[in-house]
Design a binder for this molecule. Structure first.
Ligand code: ADP
Ligand code: MG
Ligand code: MG
Length: 940
């Protein structure tokens, strides 16, 4: 039986979406709180919830839907806001709707001869966990059951009754599930013993229970209900209904629902609707059944019905997995006519909605009933294939196809992922260890390594390693690049580890606080288990999970993702923004181009200083007392930098390449102060001992002198606030030799390429400009240097001089700055830090998450651009800059350049391009198109 990787029930539960809300202030008495399904339609999801609007639309489309009605989300909001009271008039409308339903169904609520039974189902605008589960068979009581016995037999009737008491008791009245289960399990056990089953507890099915057994279960259920609550199970159907409606409304403000909404940024004021729906029974014999199906395969996107079906069962049985359902194809053999009708409806619903649908249906004695339709949730691969196929089938336009893909799907599609079966096996083995923050998507397997140097070394030996650190710092970067993935115990979604990993397209699980990393001992422990250096681990940066041992991974190849390529090609037709990439190395540039980047928006030059072989030269350059002493070291660095620039300009041939001159504070290139202090103290101690024992300490003394020198230098560079200190253009201004050397290196490389027939397009970016005089100062030194090189080499290179706008003063005086800058690039990481007065690295650890949890901020401003504040500075800078220089080229190179919401904003204020990590380029291409196709403002 072809049941595929994920069960339908599971597939239906994943993913979520957020969206618009509607705040209304209705007059309770005259207001319409209750809608019959035939009165509503698909566009009323705000008011009727997703389920209610779906039922209404199916009625409109002429499909067989059991008579039903919906109580609105407004009623729910009223109820929450008024001390759990129904709005006046609502109940009368419910009673009136029941009367109409009775008429349509030809049955009567609470009638002793022909009772109407209903289901009560919650339904918010988006299906979300935490909402109340459905209660079936409402309306049954000691009297109405007699009619049911008469109509469908005693066994069926008692089975329905015990389900009602159990669901009502558990879901509406909150009596623990296990208490109900205990009674049923005992009944099954007794039956099993009588039947002589080998294992009476496990081998006995619900269906083995006899009428007498079920009657006894009902008796015990009522007893349990009374013992737990002091009241009898309500016999009045209207009382049952009232309590059930209240429970649905109450579940909206339940903890699980509230937590889920916080996490997914869904507003509280959406409310949930309540759907009351005439019961139909799939458990009335072998000509009955129930099932769920997607109109297309939700994991692959294949255009065929995908679902599960059970004969002689109620809906819950499929979802709850009590019995193993059959694949929907089998329904074709068992109930050919029902299958034909259902497939027809499925096709029509898909055409009608022009979207893949997730359907629920029940067959009662050879009649098909539709119970639910909604947009089907799907995997990334399926989403892309369905969109492309639907364009080919003429169901949707290219534009719609582009609009339908969630940018996150692109990320997921391109990230390496675990082999599903292998991951299941690992979980079954008990190898799941812990979960952290899913900081950078993708899965990786490798041996655990606890320091960057070993990572580097082992990588060179061809081993796949995963770098495990308490947290990472800039001098870990070489080890991070050498790893297949990063795992940290500490730090959030914009911690150093997360940012570098995303930039490099490496999977990263950050802030996995359940593990205890001991870097010195080269191990981590988790739940009493220890992982040592050299042991295999597997991490999934998409889910945040960490496993012991190997799990094989599948590596998608962008070039072979033809459906995605198609979508992105369409996206390119619609977008206005260009998409550039941030990249420091030629390999980044190559990758960026393969992903469709149209330029390099940020090439940082300082990593070139960090490399092991170069660091000693860099340190001597920094320690030099004056320009003259500094020059020899700069002379040594020049050819090295020229080589780096040659590589990247060559890879970006014909496309603009923005190179940022040295930016970080110099102390970052020196050993940490504390470390030096310890070394110096130790050496002093050692020398004292040696001298006391009359041992020659001259070697140690020389070492001490060196260390002391370094210590003084570090001390003199030490700043209380390095983020606001001697960095960016301030370095270039105080030590112009350094930036001059860099510009020379860039132009020498460019000229050489030019001579080789290439088309290098360097754009020199001067960082951290707050005052036009700073830019003037640097440009006056650097531009002549550029000209000098071009003259020496006898070639002209197409170039630009410009600046990063990353401190508020720069944005505020952009009009003046534009007189000297041919381009702006918004460095929104620093711009956010300085506009908000928040240090990113510290705030992540201390209060930022709390702010988001408490809703003081709607999102982490380092992940999603703060439009209102930082955005205003940007908008102002764009306007003023272009006033001065009409063709000013403006882009963004902060982390935000890869974030869809931020990209949308960049489109709105008219930037020329966004620049993001190479791996984000496909996402940005899509997001830029979606932005151009309509600025949907997200209200949260
Ligand atoms: P969910 O949001 O969990 O899908 P539903 O109310 O749709 O909640 O589903 C609960 C189960 O009960 C489903 O299998 C559904 O088909 C079934 N169900 C709901 N209402 C009825 C009804 N009126 N008649 C028969 N089955 C129903
Ligand atoms: Mg539900
Ligand atoms: Mg359902």
């Amino acid at each position: 039986m072809p049941v595929k990787t994920k069960s339908v029930a599971n597939a239906r539960r994943s993913v979520s979406r957020s969206g618009k809300s509607k705040i209304t202030n209705p007059k309770p008495t005259t207001h319409k709180w209750v809608w019959l399904s035939k009165e509503g339609n698909r566009d009323m999801r705000d008011l009727l919830g997703g389920k209610g609007a779906g039922l209404a639309e199916m009625v409109n489309a002429g499909l067989p839907v059991p008579p039903s009605f919906t109580i609105t989300t407004e009623a729910c909001n009223y109820y929450s806001a008024h001390g759990n009271q129904f709005p006046k008039g609502m109940w009368d409308q419910v009673v009136a709707a029941i009367k109409k339903t009775e008429k349509a169904a030809g049955k009567k609520f609470g009638d002793a001869h022909n009772p109407l039974l209903v289901s009560v189902r919650s339904g918010a605008k988006f299906s979300m966990p935490g909402m109340m589960d459905t209660v079936l068979n409402l309306g049954l009581n000691d009297e109405t059951i007699q009619a049911l016995i008469h109509q469908a037999g005693a066994r069926f009737a008692y089975d329905a009754y015990r389900r009602l008491i159990q669901m009502f008791g558990r879901i509406v009245m909150d009596i623990e599930a296990k208490k109900w289960d205990a009674i049923l399990d005992e009944a099954k056990k007794q039956r099993g013993i009588q039947m002589g089953k080998a294992d009476p507890e496990k081998d006995t099915k619900d269906t083995d229970l006899t009428t007498d057994d079920l009657r006894e279960v009902v008796r015990q259920y009522k007893e349990l209900y009374k013992n737990e609550l002091g009241d009898d199970f309500p016999q009045d159907p209207y009382k049952q209904l009232e309590l059930a409606i209240k429970a649905v409304f109450g579940s909206w403000m339940g903890k699980r629902a509230v937590d889920y909404r916080r996490l997914n940024k869904i507003p509280d004021n959406l409310g949930t609707a309540v759907n009351v729906c005439t019961m139909v029974f799939g458990n009335m014999g072998d000509d009955s059944g129930t099932g769920v199906a997607f109109t297309r395969d939700p994991s692959t996107g294949k255009d065929e019905l995908y679902g599960e079906f059970l004969i002689n069962a109620q809906g819950e049985d499929v979802v709850a997995g009590i019995r193993t359902p059959m694949h929907i194809d089998e329904m074709q053999e068992r109930m050919p006519e029902m299958y034909r009708q259902f497939r027809e409806i499925a096709r029509n619903m898909e055409k009608h909605y022009r979207e893949m649908q997730d359907l629920e249906f029940t067959v009662e004695k050879g009649k098909l009933w539709m119970l639910q339709t909604r947009t089907g949730k799907r995997t990334a691969a399926s989403a892309v294939k369905i969109a492309v196929d639907m364009v080919a089938q003429g169901l949707i336009s290219k534009k719609e196809a582009v609009q339908r893909i969630d940018p996150m799907h692109v990320v997921q599609l391109l990230a390496p992922r675990f082999d599903d079966n292998d991951k299941k096996a690992a979980t079954a083995r008990g190898d799941y260890l812990a979960s952290g923050i899913n900081a950078s998507p993708g899965a990786a397997t490798g041996i655990a390594v606890f320091d960057p140097d070993t990572a580097d070394e082992w990588n060179k030996e061809g081993k796949a390693v995963i770098l495990v650190r308490y947290e990472t710092a800039p001098d870990d970067v070489h080890g991070m690049y050498a790893s297949k993935g990063i795992l940290t115990q500490h730090g959030g979604a914009t911690s150093h580890a997360a940012v570098v990993a995303r930039g490099a397209g490496l999977p990263c699980v950050a802030g996995c606080e359940d593990i205890h990393v001991n870097e010195a001992a080269k191990k981590f422990s988790v739940n009493g288990r220890e992982i040592h250096e050299g042991d295999f681990i597997s991490i999934d940066g998409t889910t945040g999970q960490v496993f012991a041992g190997k799990i094989s991974t599948l590596n998608p190849d962008f070039q072979k993702e033809t459906d995605l390529q198609t979508i992105l090609a369409w996206a390119d037709e619609f977008r206005r923004l260009q998409v550039w990439a941030n990249g420091d190395y030629p390999r980044d540039a190559v990758r960026a181009r393969a992903f469709g980047a149209q330029g390099i928006g940020l090439c940082r030059t300082e990593h070139m200083f960090f490399e092991t072989a170069r660091l000693p030269i860099v340190r001597q350059m920094i320690l030099a007392k004056n320009a003259a002493e500094r020059q020899p070291f700069l002379d040594q660095l020049l050819p090295i930098q020229r080589g780096d620039f040659y590589g990247i300009l060559e890879a970006m041939d014909g496309l603009p390449t923005v190179i940022r001159l040295i930016d970080p504070p110099l102390h970052e290139f020196l050993p940490p102060f504390e470390e030096l202090l310890v070394d110096v103290t130790k050496l002093q101690e050692q020398i004292r001992h040696m001298e006391r024992d009359n041992v020659d300490a001259s070697y140690q003394k020389r070492e001490l002198a060196d260390k002391e020198n370094m210590l003084h230098a570090v001390e003199s560079l030490r700043e209380a606030n390095p983020m606001l200190g001697l960095r960016g253009c301030r370095l270039g201004i105080t030590m112009p030799e350094i930036t001059k050397m860099q510009v020379r290196a860039i132009f020498e490389a460019a000229c050489q390429l030019k001579k080789e027939g290439k088309d290098p397009r360097p754009e020199i970016m001067i960082p951290l400009i707050g005052n036009v005089t700073e830019l003037q100062n640097q440009k006056d030194i650097l531009e002549p240097e550029a000209h000098a090189v071009m003259q020496e080499q006898g070639v002209e290179v197409h170039y630009k001089f410009g600046t990063m706008i990353e401190i508020p003063r720069g944005a505020l005086t952009a009009g003046k700055i534009a007189a000297y800058a041919e381009f702006f690039s918004f460095g929104t990481n620093d711009l956010t830090q300085t506009a908000l007065g928040v240090s990113r690295d510290d705030a992540e650890r201390t209060f930022l998450q709390k702010y988001v949890d408490m809703k003081i901020l709607t999102a982490n401003p380092f992940q999603e651009l703060d439009r209102e504040g930082v955005g205003q500075l940007m908008e102002m800078a764009v306007k003023q800059g272009r006033k001065t220089r009409k063709n000013l080229e403006i882009g963004i190179c902060g982390e935000h350049g890869g974030d869809p919401s931020s990209i949308e904003f960049c489109d709105m204020i008219g930037l020329n391009y966004v620049s993001c990590s190479p791996f984000r380029v496909p996402v940005a291409r899509l997001a830029a198109a979606q932005a151009a196709l309509g600025h949907v403002t997200k209200d949260k």
